[in-house]
Design a protein around this ligand. Structure first.
Ligand SMILES: [Zn+2]
Length: 346
């Protein structure tokens, strides 16, 4: 995961009840043709026009800034290499943030009293260091790419004279490759694919870029990686649900998870990608509650409507927790769409 991006995410999550509305804009910036580019222009123009009708002391200037950034993105004078860009603006807070991201982004425009962070949290989780792989029929070169540029490299070959001179992930890669070569009796591509899956697993590398005669390798590696990713996710969710059922350091379901998040007790939140539910946030004590009561259940303070998925994500990030967006429904759907691993039992 990108350390700089996750630090920004945590800082943004601490913004609640801003003095003037916060404008959050997500734009996909990989345009195939002029037609797609024009569609983004129209999307932005429409949303900005709608937002100008909303109350807010600094909103006008914020929207001007968003419009200028949007135009620079469309003309590709700003972040020409980015896959997507996320913008946040709030004048009174001095917030003028444009974050390029390496992930697909759906065009989204939100004006609210806090930054809209749910998709960004997902992106941060999905954007760790990458591995670039050059492979031919006899060898493979693995090059690590971090947020700060190109890192260590290892060449995988069937016989290895200098194994002891390498350390860390390179030693791991080489050792695993050796094992797979033996297992697969010289089937080079199978061994490279299996090695990649091992390294990706054990070093949290989620992005792998393949170059060279990659066709055969991609065919073998892709399903393997997908399978493991799904399996790891399912295992994480199952462990949390089991722990919650035992009354341990975990919660399952909306009520209990909202309660835990309200106390700042969530270490890791698991939330279904499709989870959306309207609820209330207390302006006085900050409690998050399902339903539509205009008075807080706890302190009788006035509440306002929020989308609980986004509110949960924001609360957990603001209190130093992490968020795992779960694509596969399964047990988490049966538990109500949210669960959490806690720092301490409630
Ligand atoms: Zn309250």
């Amino acid at each position: 995961m990108s350390a700089a991006l996750s630090a920004r995410l945590a800082a943004l999550a601490r913004i609640t009840r801003a003095p003037s509305p916060v404008v959050s804009v997500y734009l996909g910036t990989r345009w195939a043709d002029e037609h797609q580019r024009e569609r983004v222009r129209v999307f932005l123009a429409n949303e900005i026009k709608k937002a100008r009708a909303l109350p807010g002391s600094a909103l006008g200037e914020d929207l001007d800034w968003i419009a200028a950034q949007g135009e620079a993105l469309v003309q590709q004078t700003l972040f020409p290499g980015a896959t997507g860009v996320v913008l946040f603006a709030c004048g009174p807070l001095g917030l003028r943030e444009a974050l390029p991201v390496r992930a697909a982004v759906e065009d989204t425009f939100v004006v609210n009293d806090a930054p809209y962070l749910r998709r960004l949290a997902e992106i941060v989780r999905e954007t760790p260091s990458a591995l670039v792989v050059f492979v031919d029929g006899e060898s493979a070169r693995l090059i690590q790419v971090g947020t700060d540029g190109v890192g260590a490299e290892v060449t995988l070959e069937s016989d290895v004279p200098n194994r002891h001179r390498q350390g860390g992930w390179r030693l791991l890669a080489q050792t695993r490759f050796q094992r797979h070569i033996e297992e697969h009796r010289g089937r080079h591509f199978d061994a490279v694919a299996a090695t990649l899956a091992d390294v990706a697993d054990e070093h949290g590398v989620d992005h792998i870029v393949l170059a060279g005669e990659a066709g055969a390798l991609v065919e073998r590696a892709a399903p393997l990686l997908r399978l493991r990713e799904g399996a790891a996710e399912t295992a994480g969710v199952e462990a949390v649900l089991t722990e919650a059922a035992k009354g341990g350091r975990a919660t399952a379901g909306l009520e209990a998870t909202l309660e835990a998040a309200g106390r700042g007790a969530v270490h890791r939140l698991y939330v279904l990608a499709a989870f959306r539910q309207a609820g209330r946030e207390c302006a006085a004590c900050g409690a998050l509650q399902p339903g539509d009561a205009t008075a807080c259940r706890r302190c009788r303070g006035a509440t306002k409507e929020v989308e609980l998925g986004e509110a949960l994500v924001q609360r957990v990030l603001a209190t130093g927790g992490t968020v795992d967006t779960v694509a596969v429904a399964g047990g988490l759907a049966r538990a109500g769409g949210v669960a959490a691993l806690l720092r301490y039992p409630l």
